[in-house]
Design a protein around this ligand. Structure first.
Ligand code: ZN
Length: 110
């Protein structure tokens, strides 16, 4: 997992790499879904957790990089995923579209 996270991060400009490496924790082994991002409200303010499942890590490299970039997109774009505060479906769908756009822009570079 570490190798894939580093490979994805290496696609970003340096300021984003510094932000992500100081504010985001990557955690693996999660059974429900491929990956998700938890905003820091429930942790320390302004820190984030990105979960990457074992299932995701069995996928091909492009898929893994896309998914990590998508999750980083949620962080950079300031999306919320707050436990105990359910979001409207349209809001979730909008955030997913934005994170997909973010990942697309990044992964078009290679
Ligand atoms: Zn997402």
């Amino acid at each position: 997992m570490k190798r894939m996270v580093i490979k994805t991060l290496s696609l970003f400009p340096e300021d984003i790499i510094i932000f992500i490496t100081s504010k985001v924790w990557f955690v693996s082994s999660f059974e429900d879904g491929w990956a998700f991002t938890l905003r820091g409200d429930e942790l320390k303010r302004n820190e984030f957790l990105i979960f990457l499942s074992d299932e995701l890590l069995k996928e091909d490299e492009d898929q893994i990089i896309w998914t990590i970039a998508h999750e980083i997109g949620h962080v950079i774009l300031g999306h919320r995923n707050n436990i105990g505060l359910p979001q409207a479906k349209y809001e979730i769908a909008k955030q997913e579209r934005e994170a997909d756009e973010f990942a697309k822009k990044l992964t078009l570079k290679f």
